[in-house]
Design a protein around this ligand. Structure first.
Ligand code: SF4
Length: 73
């Protein structure tokens, strides 16, 4: 469980009762990056996108998203 991460996306595979995230790591990025890479990402893909994208600026909290989301099956 990721310490300090609270999440309400209960349809996510990593979501845990009590609104916690059970992923090993997550990627939060700008919505523009999210639209560019619409699929869910695992750890190696996160490393690749971080290296490729670099820092991104956001002016509003609604400009950001979690790219580790994976639907429950
Ligand atoms: S991976 Fe993202 S969407 Fe899924 S539980 Fe963790 S923080 Fe929430």
């Amino acid at each position: 469980m990721l310490s300090g991460v609270r999440c309400t996306i209960s349809d996510c595979y990593f979501w845990k009762e009590g609104h916690y995230c059970n992923a090993k790591e997550i990627l939060i990025t700008h919505d523009e990056v999210g639209r560019k890479f619409p699929e869910s990402m695992d750890a190696p893909q996160i490393d690749q996108i971080v290296a490729q994208t670099g820092p991104t600026e956001a002016y509003y909290c609604y400009d950001t998203c979690c790219k580790t989301f994976r639907p429950k099956t």
